[in-house]
Design a protein around this ligand. Structure first.
Ligand code: SAH
Length: 386
């Protein structure tokens, strides 16, 4: 296989159609190719038997199908599965599958590492390496689907590359929902993320509706507007603080795009989606952002935004100083929001026994920023720690 060959997994339908028409072929073959790759999980062009032999030969000369490999798989006591995926350059990323009754959510990464430096997040600690390519993003969905089928999921067995069945593994639902909440900031990898999300939604691929895809951002204002104009999936915003002073410390990106500007972008985004609610994520950190006064300030802030609040218990990681808010503090915080008519849910922590919970994903990343090295030095501090 030529490594310079176009990876068909990096093309959405429009780009596959233009490749075919550049070859002097009919554009409609793109739909067939997509179905083979994503619905029948085929990685061999030869296997695409409803394409003519000549077309298969011509495709093989210029293209191949490559996805990341599964380097490790861990299953939590609650059924959450974490996959460590090895990329062609040796870096590793993590993808997490969260089964619930009637739904299966896949948490997908968008970058190798992360450069945003949120002070409570484990991914931030290893620094940023690079953006993921389209095939590496959609590949997480493809690989998880194949693995879930192989390990006895309800979407059937017998997939290519079957690695065996776990007798003790409960049946898992297929992937019904995708959250772009894994490693990295998806809006800093805009084009590849949007292209991969288009593939997730394509009827010849996974056919997910845009409501079942949620993109979570730390708050890149111009990119939120761009997303609203091009691919208005469900939006989640990592808010975590009701005022700029605190948010500057927790989410340093706030210094560039402060809360007022961020909320304006959220109002515009909601407007573009018939005022469908935006989710505001709020990690509760003991004695940092969990007081009743902060709950009231948050309710006030979100008063005129179509919002729902997702309270996230802090998931600890080695070397991160924050602590999880105790249950009574979480309940008090939640009750204040609810009493002010904010739709609020407390996220159940899943997979924390295998470090698969929010903010615990680390993969195996060659850190090009030197951040993890600096941090390991005696007395070293995380660069943006307050
Ligand atoms: N960069 C994007 C998406 C990745 S983080 C963003 O910031 O939204 C996904 C979510 O996990 C974010 O809401 C993030 O703030 C949260 N998170 C990060 N570290 C966490 C931790 N240690 N405990 C709980 N949630 C965490």
């Amino acid at each position: 296989m030529q490594s310079t060959a176009t990876n068909l997994a990096s093309l959405d339908r429009a780009s596959m159609e233009s490749m075919l028409s550049d070859m002097g072929e009919k554009r409609f073959h793109a739909a067939q190719v997509l179905r083979w790759i994503y619905q029948r999980r085929v990685t061999s062009i030869d296997a695409m038997t409803d394409l003519s032999k000549m077309l298969r030969l011509r495709l093989k000369r210029r293209a191949a199908i490559r996805f990341p490999e599964v380097a490790a798989r861990q299953v939590s006591v609650d059924g959450t599965v974490k996959y460590l995926l090895k990329l062609a350059d040796g870096n590793c990323i993590e993808t997490v599958f969260i089964p619930e009754i009637g739904r299966g959510t896949l948490c997908v990464s968008s970058q190798v590492g992360c450069g945003l430096n949120c002070t409570f997040c484990a991914t931030a600690r290893q620094g940023f390496n690079r953006n993921l390519s389209v095939d590496e993003i959609i590949g997480q969905v493809w690989v998880a689907g194949r693995e879930l089928a192989s390990f006895g999921g309800v979407n059937g067995g017998g997939a290519e590359g079957e690695t065996g069945r776990d007798a003790g593994c409960p049946p898992s639902p297929p992937v019904t929902n995708i959250v772009m909440m894994g490693m990295g900031e998806p809006l800093l990898n805009f084009d590849s993320v949007v292209c991969a999300m288009r593939l997730m939604m394509d009827d010849c691929s996974f056919g997910l509706s845009r409501r079942r895809i949620t993109l979570s951002t730390a708050g890149l204002v111009p990119a939120i507007d761009r997303l609203g104009a091009t691919c208005a999936v469900s939006l989640a915003v990592s808010l975590h603080a009701p005022d700029d002073e605190l948010r500057n410390r927790l989410v340093p990106l706030n210094k560039k795009y402060p809360i007022a500007e961020l909320l304006q972008a959220c109002r515009r985004y909601a407007g573009a989606r018939n005022r469908r609610r935006i989710t505001f994520e709020y990690v509760l950190l003991k004695d940092v952002n969990d007081s009743p006064a902060q709950a009231r300030a948050l309710a006030c802030l979100l008063g005129d935004v179509p919002a729902k609040v997702n309270l996230i218990p802090f998931n600890p990681s080695l070397g991160i100083e924050y602590r999880r808010s105790p249950r009574p503090a979480v309940e008090r915080f939640r009750d204040i929001l609810i009493s002010r008519n904010l739709f609020t849910v407390t996220r159940k922590t899943r997979g924390d026994d295998i470090d698969a919970a929010c903010g615990q994903l680390t993969g195996r990343v060659a850190d090009r920023t030197g951040r993890s090295r600096r941090f390991r030095q005696p007395g070293g501090q995380p660069p943006a720690a307050a």
